[in-house]
Ligand binder design. Structure first.
Ligand code: AMP
Length: 113
């Protein structure tokens, strides 16, 4: 997808600090961490928002959640706890329109809103 920041990260034309990758999913550290550990987990397929996920994406969504569990375990925060957040559209503050899940942890997190 032209002009999508996260598609460029997938292509490698914009650098990222990768945490996990397989054929369907990429995870990398957020450039502006909102917690001690802050990783973004994205599908390699361009999907703009959570509203655009379809039944055809069941497998990639399962891969995203499997990646989240694996990353949390590897970062050592699975037991202490973490949060998985998706922002969808304007009221949530979504800035990058390529589906992504924020994995946040490594410290006591504040309220959701
Ligand atoms: P959202 O507000 O849910 O759309 O979140 C977008 C996230 O992307 C923000 O937390 C940004 O800090 C993060 N971000 C923007 N550009 C980059 C980048 N080049 N590498 C890593 N994370 C980024």
């Amino acid at each position: 997808m032209d002009n999508c920041l996260f598609c460029k990260i997938i292509e490698g034309s914009i650098p990222s600090k990768k945490v996990f990758e397989n054929d369907q999913v990429l995870a990398f550290y957020d450039i502006q961490p909102a917690a001690r550990e802050h990783v973004l987990i994205i599908p390699k397929k361009h999907i703009s928002t959570m509203n655009d996920v379809t039944d055809e994406d069941d497998q990639v969504m399962a891969e995203i959640f499997a990646a989240a569990r694996k990353i949390a375990s590897e970062l050592g925060i699975a037991e202490s706890g973490y949060r998985l957040v998706n922002n969808c559209n304007r009221d949530s503050g979504q800035v990058v329109f390529h589906l992504h899940f924020h994995l946040l942890g490594g410290e006591k997190l504040g309220p959701l809103n």
